[in-house]
Design a protein around this ligand. Sequence first.
Ligand SMILES: Nc1ncnc2c1ncn2[C@@H]1O[C@H](COP(=O)(O)OS(=O)(=O)O)[C@@H](OP(=O)(O)O)[C@H]1O
Length: 326
Amino acid sequence: MFSVKPMKSPLAKVVEAPIHGPTIEVHLADTSYLPRGEKMRKPTHCVLTPKYATLAERIHRLPVYDDDVWILSFPKCGTTWTQEMVWLISHDLDYKTASEVNLLDRSIFLEFSAFVLNFPGDTIEEVENATRPRHIQCHLPIALLPRQIWTVRPKLIYCARNPKDATISYYHHHRHIHGYQGSLQEFLDGILADQVLFGPQIPHTLDFWNIRREMNILFLHFEEMKTSMDAVLRRVCKYFNKTYTDEQLAQLANHLSFDVMKNNKSANNSCVLELVESLSGKKVENFQFMRKGKIGSHSEELTEEYIRKLDEYTQHHLAESDFRFK
Ligand SMILES: Nc1ncnc2c1ncn2[C@@H]1O[C@H](COP(=O)(O)OS(=O)(=O)O)[C@@H](OP(=O)(O)O)[C@H]1O
């Protein structure tokens, strides 16, 4: 299915983090069974962990059901936000259960065990045993998803985000969650050299974009959720065949607003910080998953030089595509 090689780059060293260990490059082999899509690229490599390689086959063979709901994204692109929105819309706005059961238990992060050394559980098994309809979150690229997805055709929701904002968000995530010790510049060079975990981002997004019609993927943008949440909610309702009143949608938009979600212990991923603290024995300071929640916050930290480099990198990847980040 794939071959694996250790990463020798300087960045691989600095991201040899206490939480997930070193990174590897997974090279995809047979992808002939994937949907053909529009302008389908040949999938290349993905940066993952050695522990992932031991779980890859189980993930690839995972049974898929047609009532599954898969939330797919590159890290830091609005996954958690999308998970809470989709779970509520498809569960008749059941705020009571949403407040009592943590989002990570309602919408399970499939490959989470692969990214935490000494993880005290098995998230793949959790998905296998979850009550249907299962809500599953996954950051893997299309070629590493369970193979049955392409024949069983569950609901697929993809969330994209501007790479500059996602990159800065990911940098802070690496510093505080993965124990990344390198500089911002090294991290950015790693992004540009496709060396960062789950990377590269743009081919990840393009692969889902190219099969969105064929696979009936609900394709969302972080920026649209920020600027036009009402329209996004209506699209999600339509996808799930749900009808709610204007008041109910306004209440949901409020529930999903940054400030409300930031203080919602059931959906703000604070339990992940607690897990990281207990595994590393160190306090995670000055960091929350709900960090800034803005469009364009990269401009506070990126130099003109790196804005130009990231723009050129993005343009290069998008040259053959009609896809545009918002
Ligand atoms: N409700 C709401 N409104 C606006 N923004 C929000 C919201 N929820 C999460 N976020 C922002 O999404 C970023 C985290 O993305 P992910 O959830 O994909 O992260 S993860 O990959 O699951 O770790 C992260 O972005 P940054 O603030 O730029 O770091 C979060 O703040």
